[in-house]
Design a protein around this ligand. Sequence first.
Ligand code: HEM
Length: 460
Amino acid sequence: MKLPNGPQIPAVLQMVRWISNPMSFMEACAKRYGETFTMRLEKNSPPLVIVSNPEALQQILTNDTKEFEAPGDLNGVFESLLGKHSVITISGAEHQRQRQLLMPPFHGERMRNYSQVINDVTQKVISQYQIGKPFNIRSATQAITLRVIMQAVFGLHEGTRAEKLQQFLGEVLEKGSSRLLVALLYFPVLQRDFGPINFWGKQMRRQQESDELIYEEIRERREQADSSRTDILSLLMAATDEAGEPMTDEELRDELMTLLVAGHETTATALAWALYWIHKLPSVRQKLLEELDSLGDNPDPSIIFKLPYLNAVCSETLRIYPVGIITFPRVVRTPLSLSGYELEPGTVVLGSIYLTHHREDIYPEPKQFKPERFLERQFSAYEYLPFGGGARRCIGLAFAQLEMKLAIAKILSSLELQLVDNGEVRPKRRGLVTGPDRPIEMVVTSQRQVKSPILQTTTV
Ligand code: HEM
């Protein structure tokens, strides 16, 4: 077997580049070695084959329970935060069973219930910003998405425990987004305290504080069972496996933490990017306002969800700077041919979402933000894949899209916002995903009142 070419520098240096700037590292590799290349991040771990060809991605993601598998043990980098019972860290039949359990609350009818929550929370968060006082837009969007996911998962986002949990989780993720902590995640031998440098210990203690609050909530629910509750925790507590056994407290904790973390970090960043682009490019904002204003006061969320231009803006936001830049690893199970390479069982392959979204042949002028491309043509699920695909496709895809669209509609209809400076913001690593490379400061210039088209005609 001959693996695709790739950088020859020592693994530790490749790891440094991967941690410090994964996007430019992948771009440099693709430029030099072509669309399929091999990275080596650890001396004693298998090399990683990086793929960004849509046909190859289709082959992998439509076969990742057959010729390929999507094992959770390769997602060990998430284990210290999410635990070993998270849907992200488990494998095989257990993984599929757990997904079946987690998916229904993020689909269909259940989603309708979340629309009201998203609107109310967004309204509450934006009402705190005063005219003329700059604020960091990512902090605002993070406040929105954290409260929304708390409501979906626990059925609450107010009250002392909920507020404390929001604060601790915010801190865990903020500190965890630093490159130093990411390095500790990738090098488990360094996960201990070094005398006065007790970065890891501090992070673990913050996590323990969040865990205690989650365990308290589980305990209280067990003592005061309420069958009328529809939140995800109640659903998970009522579920049993084929032997009739319910989930243990530790399993519940890991799954709740997974949804809380995966469910708000990513969407907060996506929403912040969308607001950045909308206000950076006046014509985008103008078109979006025309579309939104045509709906009048209090439009139905399902109508907002289907707006073509709003959809194009959200899609382009997740294309140009995808929050998750690679899929989880897939592993070859039976000897096979991929993009002309003969791969043996055990070979690890990763889909590069970032490189796929920046292919000139699919997205002309890929570095330009152009929502119109999503109105002009349809992209296949392997040309455009911000939520991955196959056996590990994002569980919160519809939830995240709904949240982005409703929050944007609410913010744009209520406030006139401006970027404090028009300088360029670029993506950089933020923990295990990506985010803006500097704070995006915005300012409210005035309140906005949407006139209902019906009211306008009757008052004339
Ligand atoms: C804009 C927001 C989001 C983006 C860009 C995003 C992206 C992704 C990506 C790229 C994957 C990996 C897919 C693969 O390997 O094929 C993933 C998995 C996952 N996402 Fe999301 N996600 C977002 C929001 C959410 C939300 C809101 C939730 C939950 C409420 C969520 C929960 C998950 C979970 C649990 C997995 C793991 C699935 C598994 O291992 O089976 N995500 N997401």
